[in-house]
Ligand binder design. Structure first.
Ligand SMILES: [Zn+2]
Length: 427
């Protein structure tokens, strides 16, 4: 099994599915050939050249969905130590774009079906596999299409997807983050107009860039309300108890706790999931150095918590942006699957079976994955792409960055978890 799941991952990395343009059909057809050889039924659905692959094994009322995506973000080759589409193995690591996001999960999920099929495992239910296109650009021809148009094919009691399964080291104890929810993106546009004029007579004109600049500065100083949702309260309190700190988490003390966390990525993630975040990331205005601009726009990445709808966002931000208008260009609400469910408990129990004595807690992702679309149609979805207890956690930041890679042990752990989960749930 060691070599096989790793070889599938290496093959997938070598298939260029950088989105845009995607070309995910190449990855889907590769998986189709694998399944074909094993006699696993599958279908390619979606846009030509960008197909999604949906396969299934077994029959019956209980249904478990293994979801992933085949597209990847671009990689600037000169920043990598090994070529990003080589799938090369070096010192126990498989290198390449997608090694952690999320061709690792595609390979592990595909191999889980293959292994169960070969073992002729008697399944009391249906195991569904869906490798989607387009996750990195919003999922329109991927998970969105599957959930809206091919709902019956992927309908399941619950799903496993990317977006969780890494651990935090707390003085040698491992705390695994099982993702049960995600914040909601609310991508917004600021706009200001003014009066154009000669750059040598600025007081005769009305400068739109200056108006947007003031708004952007005010947004960068925005002081959001702190909100501790129950899942995050449980996560932080579990973390604290592992440090021997019995404190209750409150909106008043959470920043002090976060400041004391040595793992900066974890700390700042907690900061993000305890408030609405506002990040002005693009500005466009002006055409020439000697012309006062009469138009300017800025794009702002806002991420909301449960209950923070459009009126909340406007109430909070409009007083800050004064001379600009605010348009919400793309948004969806924060979304959750229950951490108090048989599915979550089964996931936690199986993770501990595979990993040994570790701790688990529910987690909320600051970003977004295809789990949103699943939750929209009532499929409980959990982000659990497990990494091994030896995975160097600083490598998490190679996701979407340079030198993305995964260790062989994590591939084994990930696959073993999915295999045991499927056997347990569908037996
Ligand atoms: Zn991903």
């Amino acid at each position: 099994m060691r070599t096989e799941v790793v070889e599938i991952l290496q093959d997938l990395i070598r298939i260029d599915t950088v989105n845009p343009p995607g070309n995910e059909g190449r990855g889907a057809r590769y998986l189709g050939e694998l399944f074909e050889k094993e006699g696993i039924e599958y279908q390619l659905v979606g846009e030509e050249g960008r197909e999604n692959l949906v396969a299934s094994l077994g029959e019956g009322k209980k249904r478990l969905l293994l979801l992933s995506h085949t597209d990847v973000v671009p990689a600037s080759e000169e920043k990598w130590d090994l070529p990003p589409f080589s799938g090369e193995m070096d010192d126990g690591f498989i290198w390449g774009r997608g090694a952690l996001d999320c061709k690792d999960l595609v390979a592990a999920e595909a191999y889980t079906l293959i292994r169960l099929k070969r073992e002729k495992a008697p399944l009391n239910g249906t195991l569904i596999f869906a490798a989607c296109a387009d996750e990195e650009k919003g999922g329109t021809v991927g998970a969105k299409l599957l959930t809206e148009t091919y709902t019956d094919m992927i309908r399941a009691d619950f799903a496993i997807n990317e977006g969780g399964g890494e651990y935090i080291d707390v003085g040698g104890e491992k705390l695994y983050l099982l993702q049960t929810g995600e914040k909601g993106p609310a991508w917004s546009r600021l706009r200001a107009s003014g009066v154009a004029g000669h750059g040598s007579l600025p007081t005769l004109a009305d400068n739109a860039v200056v108006k947007v600049a003031k708004a952007v500065k005010a947004l960068s100083e925005y002081n959001p309300e702190i909100v501790i949702i129950p899942e995050i309260k449980e996560l932080i309190e579990t973390y604290l108890s592992l440090r021997g700190d019995p404190r209750n988490v409150t909106p008043q003390n959470v920043d002090e706790i976060i400041d004391s966390i040595p793992d900066q990525v974890f700390g700042e993630t907690l900061r993000s999931v305890t408030r609405m975040t506002v990040s002005p990331n693009m500005i466009q205005g002006g055409t020439k150095v000697n012309i006062v601009p009469d138009e300017c726009e800025a794009e702002v990445d806002v991420r909301t918590l449960p209950g923070q709808d459009e009126s909340y966002l406007r109430r909070e931000l409009e007083p800050l942006i004064k001379e600009c208008s605010l348009e919400i260009v793309h948004s969806h609400p924060a979304n959750f699957s229950s951490a108090d469910s048989v599915y979550y408990r089964l996931i936690e129990e199986t993770a501990k079976d595979v990993l040994g004595p570790v701790h688990c807690a529910p987690h909320m992702l600051a970003g977004a994955t295809d789990s949103f679309y699943l939750r929209q149609v009532g499929i409980a979805s959990y982000g659990v792409s497990l990494l091994s207890t030896h995975f160097p956690s600083e490598l998490i930041k190679t996701v979407h960055g340079a030198n993305e890679r995964i260790d062989i042990e994590s591939m084994e752990v990930k696959t073993e978890f999915l295999y045991r989960l499927a056997r347990k749930y569908l037996s």
